[in-house]
Design a protein around this ligand. Structure first.
Ligand code: NDP
Length: 242
């Protein structure tokens, strides 16, 4: 298959779905990862195909190191390579730190930060060997500014920024770029329960972002044209001060 192979984690819904669809439209064969919502992942696959692209479902839990190792090995065996990785899967579990349960801390760190190691580590080896690759990780404004009630989420998102900057330096000579997108408030299930009126007042652009706003930037950073951009953090937040 001549198409570039792209793995998008958490692609059953929201930002991941938009990224998967846009990468497919740009000519990638998309590996659609998700955790449990198969009907949603099938809907993403239908959108990918409607965009004229191709893809397949690959469910695994990005927080589970063994599951990631086995699943990535299976994908590499089938496709020989993965050219593009978008680390998008994420959860939040908000609470003031004084009330936060250890489980909330651990789940959010495992899904949003350890997942970076679990998924990227087996893929970057192969990218370095083939001397090309694109890795984009979705962080958040929360990891840049801190947000009250989100010490776990902010720690994880700040963590992926640091990890990406370090990895970018490790693999730059190998033709692999490693970048971060830092969205503000984007209209997805993750933000569905938030008080819009209060939040809109903080956004200079006067609106929430759309998943497609993030997807457009992801497609650019994963393109051939972005080969000299690495270790960058690109804000997609409507002008929120970071
Ligand atoms: P959604 O809640 O809409 O979707 C989350 C996606 O992640 C789903 O596909 C879900 O799969 C998947 N997922 C969750 N946990 C796991 C897991 N353990 N293993 C594999 N897949 C998993 O989130 P968004 O689209 O809003 O967010 C996407 C990313 O963008 C996240 O990293 C989030 O932190 C970040 N972000 C979002 C912002 C926003 O305003 N929405 C702002 C800044 C950053 P399933 O459907 O199977 O549960």
């Amino acid at each position: 298959m001549d198409k570039r192979i792209a793995l998008v984690t958490g692609a059953s819904r929201g930002i991941g779905r938009a990224v998967a669809t846009a990468l497919a439209a740009s000519g990638c064969h998309v590996l659609i990862n998700y955790r449990c919502r198969q009907p949603d992942a099938e809907a993403t696959l239908a959108l990918v195909q409607r965009a004229g692209g191709s893809g397949e479902l690959c469910p695994f839990d990005v927080a589970d190191g063994t599951a990631c190792e086995q699943s990535v090995a299976g994908l590499l065996q089938t496709h020989q390579r993965i050219d593009v990785l978008v680390n998008n899967a994420g959860i939040r579990s908000d609470s003031l730190l004084v009330f936060m349960k250890a489980e909330q801390w651990q789940q959010v760190l495992a899904t949003n930060l350890s997942s970076f190691f679990n998924v990227t580590q087996p893929i970057v080896k192969q990218m370095a060997l083939q001397r090309q690759g694109r890795i984009v990780t979705i962080a958040s404004t929360a990891g840049q500014t801190g947000v009250e009630g989100q010490t776990n989420y902010a720690a994880a998102k700040a963590g992926v920024i640091g990890a990406s900057k370090a990895l970018a330096r490790e693999v730059a000579k190998r033709g692999v770029t490693v970048n971060v997108l830092a969205p503000g408030f984007i209209e997805t299930d993750m933000t569905a329960g938030l008080s819009r009126k209060e939040l809109l007042a903080q956004i200079p652009a006067g609106r929430f972002g759309k998943p497609e706003d993030v997807a457009a930037a992801a497609v650019f950073l994963c393109s051939e044209a972005a080969g000299y951009i690495t270790g960058a953090v690109l804000n997609i937040n409507g002008g929120v001060y970071t």
